[in-house]
Design a protein around this ligand. Structure first.
Ligand code: FAD
Length: 392
């Protein structure tokens, strides 16, 4: 792969909207990605392997629980800092960002928000340091966009809950030490349970042959009469709103992360267009390629402003789920379109692993589907503005 020459675009001086702390956190993540992710990621993606050696570095830049209070091992940062860290990591690779998002928003967040003090103390510091890695089991083979239909269930039996069912498409599953699993009790109400690797009847087979997020490990969670101690239930919130609260946090991170992938594609295409000579002049001097590049920077700038404003609203505790849906949908769509256009600017070179664009493009095919598909987020906006549900 080519050396990482990335220069972040900031067409509207959005840096002026950031605090010194935001910029410090962002710059630390940016240089770590340049040093530790860029040189190795292509090889790991080609091999379809998660680079486990970067776990400690992810922890060190605050990517595991950026907004979790320091007393539980988190970085104690605000939402904009969290977003900026996700942006920088996804600038390197969406699969690496997925690992960090799952750990922070889908594992640490529910334990912090819905867990007991004993659960927080037991799990959060180890998750923040990367000693424990977690995964989040919501999607099932027959219930993706409609997780409320899940059939994974548990029944009380003495000191335990006995868990049965299966989850599919679970990021981090193959190597996770623990899983936050969403399952129905005997009355059909959804609860979160912490299931630990090693519990009898719990297996995590890996999903192979992905063309997307190849540097992120994905798998199934199978529960065959798993005896989960009662103290592993998250008591603070039940019902579908509990996992959806976690998804709000993760989707917010994706809205920022997608900007990173888009910036990397744009920056690569811009540099290439200025250097690549055809018909005795740089292709960047042609109107057609300038149209592509000008539209890219316009869309990136709009996405940056959307994410920044959403970050302010989240820091003020005012962001709605529907606002988060809009940003996730818009920014991922923006990024995937930019990846496709950038790929074309590089001509044949665009399909090779010499450049990051094709990897970003393939990764974004998952990002546009997981954490609520492109369609589902549109329906959420539609429901929000009309007051009418088009889901069923
Ligand atoms: C790489 C990867 C990693 C993932 N990681 C995780 C994870 O860590 N944990 C987890 O729990 N899940 C995870 N997922 C699952 C992901 O969230 C689901 O794939 C997603 O929610 C969509 O579900 P589905 O694939 O079953 O598609 P479906 O729900 O079957 O949807 C298929 C199509 O139908 C459309 N559709 C569905 N309902 C409607 C409707 N009412 N109206 C109009 N159109 C509709 C959808 O938009 C989509 O285009 C991951 C997925 C991938 C690909």
């Amino acid at each position: 792969m080519k050396p990482d020459l990335f220069q972040a675009p900031d067409y509207y001086q959005i840096d002026d909207l950031l605090s010194d702390e935001h910029k410090m956190v962002r710059d630390a993540a940016r240089s770590w990605v340049k040093r530790e992710v860029s040189p190795i990621i292509e090889e790991y993606a080609q091999r379809a392997e998660f680079p486990k050696q970067i776990i400690k570095g992810l922890a060190d830049i605050g990517a595991f629980g950026p907004y979790i209070p320091q007393e539980y091992g988190g970085a104690g940062l605000d939402q904009i800092s969290y977003g900026l860290i996700m942006q920088e990591i996804e600038r390197g690779d969406s699969g690496v960002r997925s690992t960090a998002s799952v750990q922070s928003s889908l594992v640490m967040y529910p334990i912090f928000k819905y867990g007991t003090e004993a659960q927080r103390k037991k799990y959060l510091p180890k998750l923040a340091s990367g000693e424990f890695m977690g995964c989040f089991g919501l999607t099932e083979p027959d219930h993706g966009s409609n997780p409320g239909g899940m059939t994974t269930n548990f029944k009380e039996e003495g000191e335990y809950y006995v868990l049965n069912g299966a989850k599919l498409w679970i990021s981090n599953a193959p190597f996770a030490d623990l899983a936050v699993v969403w399952a129905k009790d005997a009355s059909g109400r959804i609860h979160g349970l912490i299931v630990e690797r090693g519990m009898e009847g719990f297996t995590t087979p890996e999903t192979h042959n992905k063309w997307s997020l190849r540097a992120s490990a994905t798998g199934e969670l199978i529960f065959d009469n798993v005896k989960v101690p009662k103290e592993n239930l998250l008591p603070g919130k039940s019902g579908l709103g509990a996992p959806l609260g976690c998804l709000d946090s993760a989707r917010f991170g994706i809205a920022w992360g997608a900007i990173g992938a888009a910036m990397d594609c744009y920056d690569t295409a811009l540099r290439y267009a200025k250097e690549r000579i055809q018909f005795d002049k740089p292709i960047g001097g042609t109107q057609l390629q300038q149209k592509k590049l000008a539209e890219m920077i316009t869309e990136i700038t709009k996405a940056q402003l959307l994410a920044w404003r959403l970050g302010v609203l989240r820091d003020q505790g005012k962001a709605t789920s529907a606002q988060i849906s809009m940003a996730k949908r818009n920014n991922v769509d923006m990024a995937i379109k930019i990846a496709r256009e950038a790929r074309q600017i590089l001509g044949g070179m665009g399909i090779t692993g010499e450049y990051s664009i094709m990897r970003h493009m393939m990764n974004l095919e998952s990002v546009i589907t997981y954490e609520g598909t492109h369609d589902i987020h549109l329906l959420i906006t539609g429901m929000d503005i009309t007051g009418l549900s088009a889901f069923s």
